[in-house]
Design a protein around this ligand. Structure first.
Ligand SMILES: [Zn+2]
Length: 250
């Protein structure tokens, strides 16, 4: 009796799989849904998005500011597993600020790349979210005046601070031609993932900062094609997304 009821169900499923319906929807469900936010700073789009095209575990949408902040302040934001910020943007309404904080309190995963460190100069909460900030105007931190600086096309020696963390696992110390930022304010509470001894750079090049119920990832590297094509940078981005998706509590 059991066999009789089992066979039609199996045949039906087989037909669905062969027709592509079931396989397609299963595959879609398994992919990590990523929103990539840009705006406020130019970049080489094709090689940048190629990083994400090469990650089989994700599917992604792109949004340019200010549209991204409008979406973040809407229920649509909940349809993504990970938000990746590659914007450098200042305008943000009180409602949008609340939306960022609310998402992070819920445990939504956010990754900030490179010049996202320069965003929201006038929103004091932003440094607490990201764990650091490139101040465009000099600021006094612990009695020292920090005057941030940058330099392009630098050969940067990168040390992996935490070789066991899922974001950096499998990556050995490496070199990358990229832009450095110097005299950046980094909060002492961040958990460093990468560092450098380059004299013109800030010490830490990637970290995790706990905010609300989320572990925010920041990666300083990734100005342009020389960074985008570096296999270590690509692996960092992939592992950061895959780890962040697992951490997401929304
Ligand atoms: Zn840059």
């Amino acid at each position: 009796m059991k066999k009789i009821s089992f066979f039609p169900a199996t045949t039906f499923m087989l037909l669905l799989i062969l027709s592509g319906c079931v396989h397609f929807s299963f595959a879609q469900q398994k992919k990590i849904r990523v929103l990539i936010v840009s705006g406020g700073h130019g970049f080489a789009r094709k090689p940048f998005y190629n990083i994400f095209d090469s990650i089989p575990s994700i599917t992604y949408d792109t949004l340019v500011q200010p549209q991204a902040n409008a979406l973040i302040a809407s229920p649509e934001a909940n349809s993504y597993d990970v938000l990746v910020f590659y914007d450098m943007f200042d305008p943000i309404s009180p409602e949008q600020q609340k939306a960022y904080i609310s998402l992070l309190n819920k445990g939504t995963s956010m990754i900030f790349l490179h010049h996202a460190l320069v965003s929201y100069q006038k929103w004091p909460e932003f440094i607490k979210i990201l764990g650091g900030q490139y101040h465009t105007d000099p600021v006094i931190v612990n009695g020292d005046t920090l005057k941030a600086n940058y330099e392009h096309d630098v050969n940067i020696p990168v040390k992996v601070e935490d070789k066991k963390h899922p974001v950096t696992r499998g990556i050995s110390d490496f070199e990358i031609v990229d832009e450095v930022y110097g005299n950046v304010e980094i909060l002492p509470r961040v958990k460093p993932l990468l560092s450098t001894t380059h004299p013109k750079s800030m010490r830490y090049l990637a970290w995790i900062n706990h905010y609300g119920n989320s572990d925010v990832v920041y990666i300083q590297l990734g100005h342009g094609p020389s960074g985008y094509s570096n296999p270590n940078f690509r692996r960092l981005v992939r592992q950061a997304i895959e780890w962040s998706a697992k951490q997401s509590k929304k």
